[in-house]
Each structure stands twice: as C-alpha cells, then as structure tokens.
Design a protein around this ligand. Structure first.
Ligand SMILES: Cc1cn([C@H]2C[C@H](O)[C@@H](COP(=O)(O)OP(=O)(O)OP(=O)(O)O)O2)c(=O)[nH]c1=O
Length: 193
C-alpha cells in the first residue's frame, strides 16, 4: 500500500500486527505497558476507550518523531455490564469461561489514532453467542495455553472458535482490531488514501 504518513502500532499483541498486515498496512511497533484496571464506577465502554487512548498517548511520548501517526487498541469482554479482562490464573479463567457458557456476551474493542495535533477514539461492540461448556471443556481449553493472554479467557481465532455459535458484528474487532473502522481512521489521518 502507498502510505502517506508513517504509522506506529502501540501494541504488543501479535494479533493486531497480523490484522494490519493482512490488509497491507505497513507500520513499526512501539508497545506500551499500562495499568489496565478500571476506575471506580467506570463503565466498560469508558474503560476500553480510556485505555486505547492512553496507550496511544504513552507511545507518542516515547517516540522521537512527532510526524508519526499512532494506532492503539484495547479489547474487553462484557457480561452483565461487568468487564472481563485477561485471566490471572486457571481459577479466574474457569470462572470467566463458565459465566460465558451457553449465553451471549459483548466484546468491546476501542481503537485510538493520534498525531501531534489531534486524537480520535472509537469503540466497536460485537455480540458473541457461546455454546455450553462443560468443566472438562474448560480444563482442556486452559491446558492449551490459548486463554492466558486474552480478554475473557478465549481466542475466537483459535481453538475457542468451536465454542462460538454465532457472532453479530465485526470478527476482526473480537480478535483485537476492527479493520473497517481502523481503515476509516487511517484515511482520516491521511496515513492511507
Ligand atoms: C475476545 C478475544 C480477545 N483476544 C485478545 C485481543 C487482545 O490482544 C487481548 C486483550 O488484551 P488487550 O489489553 O486489549 O491487548 P494486549 O495486552 O494483548 O496488547 P496491547 O495492549 O499491547 O495492544 O485479547 C483475542 O485474541 N481473541 C478473542 O477472541
């Protein structure tokens, strides 16, 4: 792709890099590490937008050049208004996966694009309907290692694809980077035409 401005991806997630590469966008990586805990009374959509925005700002501070456009993202799973992040251990993953079993939840992914003069953040919501999971399914799934670094303790793009009965919304948003909205923002910031 013929890019007009340099893009920096403020993410350590291999999925986000793969998704951007999939659509032919070139970038360099500048991951940042933030405290991802929610503020008191913060709604899930506010949390995910605040974190995506903060990741972009933190990466901007670390960069030498002010010409770069920065893209950052954050994903959480929401069930009954509660935000589920990454599991800290098996007990936590088991609790999350059994609460997701046999019902629908939402995945919220916010993307934030920033340059020296402005920043724009948007949030994308996707509905995911899970199959019923047995205790054995959950134990076996944890043992694969896949849930450990993923919001809600699952990866739709991996083994957990078989747990997903249906999805309403953006598949790429569930994986971590909504491609349609990303391209719209990259055009707005004149990274691509
Ligand atoms: C629900 C779901 C989440 N995920 C991932 C996307 C995100 O990488 C991760 C949620 O954690 P995030 O905090 O959004 O991202 P990250 O820590 O992996 O990367 P960075 O902050 O450096 O950008 O969960 C999947 O890969 N598949 C899924 O189906």
């Amino acid at each position: 792709m013929n890019q007009l401005r340099e893009l920096t991806l403020a993410s350590a997630s291999p999925r986000r890099a793969e998704l951007l590469t999939q659509i032919g966008v070139e970038f360099t990586k500048r991951p940042v590490d933030l405290d991802e805990s929610a503020l008191p009374a913060e709604r899930p959509s506010e949390l995910v937008m605040r974190l995506a925005g903060a990741k972009a700002k933190a990466a901007a501070k670390l960069l030498q050049s002010t010409n770069n456009v920065i893209l950052a993202s954050d994903t959480i799973v929401v069930l009954d208004d509660e935000a589920l992040g990454k599991p800290v251990d098996f007990a936590h993953a088991r609790q999350m996966l059994s609460s997701l079993s046999g019902r629908s939840h939402q995945v919220l992914t916010a993307i934030s694009v920033k340059d020296a003069s402005r920043q724009k953040t948007v949030c994308v919501a996707t509905d995911v309907h899970f199959a019923t999971l047995s205790d054995e399914d959950i134990e076996q799934y944890w043992a694969t290692g896949e849930p450990a670094d993923k919001a809600g303790a699952y990866g739709i793009q991996g083994i957990a694809g078989q747990f997903v009965r249906s999805i309403g919304g953006s598949y790429s948003a569930v994986v971590g980077l909504p491609l349609y909205e990303t391209v719209q923002l990259l055009k707005e910031f004149e990274v691509i035409k």
